[in-house]
Design a protein around this ligand. Structure first.
Ligand code: ARG
Length: 585
């Protein structure tokens, strides 16, 4: 019998069947299986207690009935014990552990096990999504890094993922930018660092057009010309988008990000009229002093706080384009799920948006995708305040990534002065960028994220350098062993894990599917980070206690198998988080 990929799923279904056989009310019984604290076994079924309580039954007696009804096959796979008032503890036996490790020997086999979660589904992930004609700053790191990890998790679990960069490329600011551009553009500066120059021109344009001034009227006219398709202004605006995307792509390349689409706000220009019309047709939107607004009477705040979907002057806004975007993703991409990654300050906007979309789509009979707003907290310095340069400016993302690589290069050079310089640079790129990505991903995204160079680059703790180093060390064991990791011929001789530390790593390895499922279901990559960190810890305990390259061929094969699978799971996990791993460090 091939090993089941995910033991929680296996146990949930076995316990449900057993409940039926034992005469329990299956409609009311939920097995509630989770991974357990290793002290209590590998998995724990907690569902007996609430079930017995609701029936005033003795939970231990119910647990005993249930355990007695478990199929023989399952008893051969797990040691089963009833604990406390009626928890069922399940511990994998060594032989099934070995079978699992042999079955899931490649990334492809892990992926095929995981694929059932989203097989056949299409997910659109909207992340990074910066505003054009502006630099990306440190705040943009989070959306890019978290969004990319979510894309990879969804793809690994079977989804067709569409990466969509929803650029902020439309709005009144372009009137002021064109105003500034036409007066003060410096061709040399534009050639050298276009975004820097565009930022300067926008600032000048903004300063020169105070409220109520004729200059502001002029900037408005530039905007109207742009909106009406004036060739000169459209060409300028297009060049702003082009240079911005080119600069953004340099950052994306370093983070391993490739978008399938860059459908910014401007793309939805000609799609908002339909939204206004339909929202009014179905009775969701109403006119209010020329503007179009939506209220949600059932909501404590949005019953009175309007969702402004068209401005009083008739212009579209962030809400209009986001409504049109939802429709496009549902109809054009046939999305089953939509994920938008932005900081928590946009929570109200997305709550109102999703409430409106649900009602609108229901009224029109449109397919409704799962809608997720994935939020994250602010990036702060160690003093808890917004992260700034010494002179008080925002930190540019490019400069931050440069510094990460420089710092990593200094560390690598200190540890490995003899490595060729090109290799040290390559290592520094993977470690430096990986450290910045991982530091962000490893914290619960809902919290503010405290940026600390020393912590993220530390070789100890839940950091990229620690995990990348664990990977490199396992590679070095295989170099010394003279076999490639995962070599089927040498693994054939491997027997089941025996020593306590061997068992501990093996038991952790088989829980990769659970960590992956948890991270994907909650769209929280830090759950995968925590698992990888714990796995590396268990591996290191094993490595300290049990010598791998011993003479006894059976022991050696058994331990090399554990090394190879730890390597596989660490490399797969880190890749899912967007990191690049190294064979030497
Ligand atoms: N451009 C926006 C910003 O910089 C983020 C866009 C997020 N996506 C969306 N569909 N609203 O804040």
């Amino acid at each position: 019998m091939p090993a089941a990929y995910n033991h929680v799923a296996l146990l949930e279904s076995a316990l449900t069947t057993a409940a039926e056989a034992a005469g329990l009310d299956v409609a009311a019984f939920r097995p509630d299986v989770r991974t357990a604290d290793p002290k209590h076994g590998d998995f724990q079924a907690n569902g007996v207690l609430p079930y017995a309580k609701a029936r005033k039954a003795n939970p231990r007696a119910v647990a005993e009935q249930l355990v007695a009804a478990l199929p023989q096959e399952l008893r051969e796979t797990f040691d089963v014990a009833i604990a406390g008032p009626g928890f069922i503890n399940l511990t994998l036996k060594p032989l099934p552990l070995l079978e699992w490790l042999k079955t899931y020997a490649t990334e492809a086999s892990l992926a095929s096990g995981a694929a059932s979660a989203h097989a056949g589904q299409t997910w659109v992930v909207d992340y990074s999504s910066p505003n054009t004609a502006k630099q990306m700053h440190v705040g943009h790191l989070r959306s890019a890094v978290i969004g990319e990890a979510i894309c990879r998790l969804l793809a690994f679990t079977g989804a067709r993922v569409i990466r969509d960069n929803h650029l902020g490329d439309w709005g009144t600011q372009f009137g002021k930018l064109i105003y500034g551009y036409k007066r003060w553009a410096n061709p040399e500066a534009l050639a050298a660092d276009p975004i820097e120059e565009l930022e300067r021109l926008y600032k000048l344009g903004n300063q020169a057009t105070p409220d109520g001034s004729p200059e502001l009227e002029e900037a408005r006219r530039e905007l109207v010309k742009l909106q009406n398709g004036d060739p000169e202004n459209v060409a300028l605006w297009q060049s702003f988008s082009d240079v911005s995307l080119k600069a953004f792509q340099q950052v994306y390349d370093r983070l391993g990000i490739r978008f399938d689409h860059n459908l910014g706000e401007s793309f939805y220009n000609d799609k908002v009229e339909r939204v206004y019309q339909e929202l009014q047709d179905v009775g969701l939107a109403q006119e209010s002093e020329g503007a179009l607004v939506v209220f949600h009477p059932e909501h404590p705040r949005f019953a009175t706080q309007p969702f402004l979907v068209r401005k009083a002057d008739g212009a579209s806004n962030y809400a209009s384009t986001d409504l049109a975007t939802a429709l496009y993703r549902s109809q054009h991409f046939k999305a089953d799920g939509i994920v938008v990654v932005t900081d928590f300050r946009q929570s109200d906007h997305f709550e109102q948006l999703f409430l409106t979309v649900r009602k609108w789509f229901a009224a029109k009979g449109y397919r409704l995708p799962e809608l997720h707003h994935v939020t994250f907290g602010a990036v702060t310095g160690e003093d808890g305040k917004a992260l700034k340069t010494r002179s008080g400016d925002v930190i540019r993302l490019k400069a931050l990534l440069d510094e990460a690589e420089e710092r990593a290069f200094a560390i690598v050079t200190e540890k490995n002065p003899d490595l060729p310089e090109a290799e040290r640079h390559d290592i520094a790129r993977a470690v430096g960028i990986g450290a910045a990505q991982y530091a962000d991903l490893s914290q619960n995204r809902s919290s503010n994220y405290v940026f600390s160079w020393d912590k993220m680059l530390a070789l100890e703790g839940n950091t990229a350098p620690y995990l990348l180093y664990a990977v490199a060390r396992i590679h070095s064991i295989f170099r010394r062993a003279g076999v490639p990791p995962g070599d089927p011929a040498s693994e054939a001789a491997a027997t089941a894990p025996e020593t306590p530390t061997e068992l501990q790593v093996a038991r952790k390895l088989v829980k990769f599917p659970d960590a992956l499922r948890l991270a994907t279901e909650t769209l929280r990559p830090h759950m995968l980070c925590l698992y990888l960190y714990e796995l590396a810890g268990d591996y290191s305990a094993f490595n300290n206690a049990d010598k791998v390259l011993v003479d006894d061929p059976a022991v050696r094969a058994r331990r090399l198998l554990l090394c190879a699978r730890t390597l596989l799971v660490l490399e797969t996990g880190l890749r899912l988080l967007g990191l690049r791993t190294l064979e030497r460090m």
